[in-house]
Design a protein around this ligand. Structure first.
Ligand SMILES: NC(=O)c1ccc[n+]([C@@H]2O[C@H](COP(=O)([O-])OP(=O)(O)OC[C@H]3O[C@@H](n4cnc5c(N)ncnc54)[C@H](O)[C@@H]3O)[C@@H](O)[C@H]2O)c1
Length: 312
């Protein structure tokens, strides 16, 4: 996986650089998009929305973070231009459509879609959505980028849970083509349709998932990762050879153990515990080796050592 590509996602638009105009064929067109939280994910989502022709307003309670996010988006697009992946005019137009603010009300006012990307804490997200709902227009779609929390539970306190949905983007947002569109118990079909149109307009590929722990991607990806760890544990093969089996035998772009090192062993352990608890299947029981490695601080790339040694 690389962050060298500053394009707008998996599918190219008609001019080879930008996707089709978004939101033309299902429900009222989504014009302005407000993104709440300007961290890793929020800045990426704002970038692809602006590149796809939306007015995009990024909002964060931390002014320094907001400044870094806007500078980061500009740097990524500049790099895209240098690499010939983004047209100079497309970058300039996208940056002209992008704004930042510390005021949630200002960000949400007039937005047809609000995407929340604040930290993965249910109480914080619910608080943000209560504030968002108080200022959002009646027709606005409200979406969470949560990677694990219940979409149904998060939307339960809203006056209009029918317009609430999960839009699970992947990191780095401008590179990864997949978006999981997560349908909560009370999400209206029209909300799903408008979200699908929006996602396709970003030149990304949506899949529709019924709200359940791990959605589709984490649930399946974690099983593979945990089984690979159990195979290391029982001496079936070395980490490098297990990864090679998936890369060369199944054409995965990267083996499950290398991916575990990149994501962080602690992060994967947390997800495994949560899925084991919520789904009750032994497939998600954290292997003893994973528990031990995390306890020893072998967290993968970020700590310099996981299943592999990392120099930088
Ligand atoms: N990082 C990933 O790889 C990834 C991938 C998919 C989904 N997600 C999900 O996306 C969400 C955000 O993750 P992230 O990695 O971007 O987090 P992050 O910590 O990088 O960014 C969160 C941002 O939210 C801001 N914030 C906190 N409270 C706020 C508030 N009340 N109003 C406005 N801004 C507020 C913080 O200042 C911070 O800038 C989480 O739900 C996470 O699970 C993350």
């Amino acid at each position: 996986m690389t962050t060298d590509d500053a394009g707008v996602g998996g599918r190219k638009g008609p001019d080879g650089m930008r996707p089709e105009r978004p939101g033309m064929d299902a429900g009222p067109r989504i014009g302005k998009v407000a993104v709440i939280g300007a961290g890793t994910m929020g800045r990426g989502i704002a970038q692809v929305a602006a590149m796809a022709g939306h007015e995009a307003v990024l909002c964060d309670v931390d002014a320094g973070q907001l400044e870094r996010a806007l500078a980061g988006i500009k740097a990524t697009l500049d790099k895209g231009v240098r690499l010939g992946k983004v047209a100079g005019a497309a970058r300039d137009e996208a940056l002209a459509r992008l704004a930042g603010t510390g005021g949630l009300g200002e960000a949400v006012e007039g937005a047809e879609l609000v995407i929340e990307a604040v930290p993965e804490v249910m109480a914080l997200k619910k608080k943000v959505f209560a504030e968002v709902e108080a200022v959002a227009g009646a027709g606005a779609v409200l979406a969470t980028n949560t990677s694990s929390l219940s979409v149904t539970g998060m939307g339960a306190g809203l006056r209009s849970p029918d317009r609430f949905i999960g839009l699970h983007f992947f990191n780095p947002v401008h590179i990864m083509a997949l978006v999981e569109v997560v349908r909560g118990e009370r999400t209206a079909p029209a909300t799903v349709e408008r979200s699908l149109t929006f996602v396709r307009g970003l030149a990304k590929e949506p899949i529709v998932v019924t709200d359940s722990p791990g959605f589709a991607s984490s649930r399946l990806g974690i099983v593979l990762g945990l089984e690979a760890i159990r195979m290391v544990e029982t001496g079936v093969a070395s980490p490098a050879d297990i990864d090679k089996a998936m890369v060369l035998g199944y054409r995965h772009p990267m083996g499950p153990l290398r991916l575990t090192d990149l994501v962080g062993l602690d992060v994967r352990l947390g997800i495994a515990r949560y899925l084991h608890e919520s789904l009750g299947s032994d497939a998600f029981r954290p292997p003893a080796l994973l528990e031990r490695m995390v306890a020893e601080g072998r967290l993968g790339k970020k700590s310099g050592r996981g299943f592999y040694e990392w120099d930088d």
